[in-house]
Design a protein around this ligand. Structure first.
Ligand SMILES: [Zn+2]
Length: 90
């Protein structure tokens, strides 16, 4: 399994992957299209997020293979909706 994040750059509206495997090869994290960059804080936060997702899915597969848990794999999606486009029911 390959764990990666798909990062959308709102400077140029393009997306690019950041891989958990060979983390160091991702650095510095910047948009390959317009070279907008992550700062150190957000690079660290992305590293921790990817590591957590990778560990979660690895553990789920492991517990399934030893017969102690049903198999699940988790992906995350995040969709940005501008606040003025958001329709509340009330
Ligand atoms: Zn960009």
């Amino acid at each position: 399994m390959i764990t990666f994040a798909e990062v959308k750059c709102y400077n140029c509206e393009n997306s690019f992957p950041v891989y958990w495997n060979n983390w160091e090869k991702n650095l510095p994290i910047r948009c390959p299209f317009c070279i907008a960059s992550f700062n150190e804080k957000f690079t660290e936060m992305l590293k921790h997020s990817l590591g957590t997702v990778n560990e979660l899915n690895k553990e789920l597969r492991s517990r399934h293979s030893d017969g102690s848990h049903d198999l699940f794999q988790v992906d995350f999606k995040h969709v940005y909706v501008p606040i003025d486009k958001y329709r509340l029911d009330d």
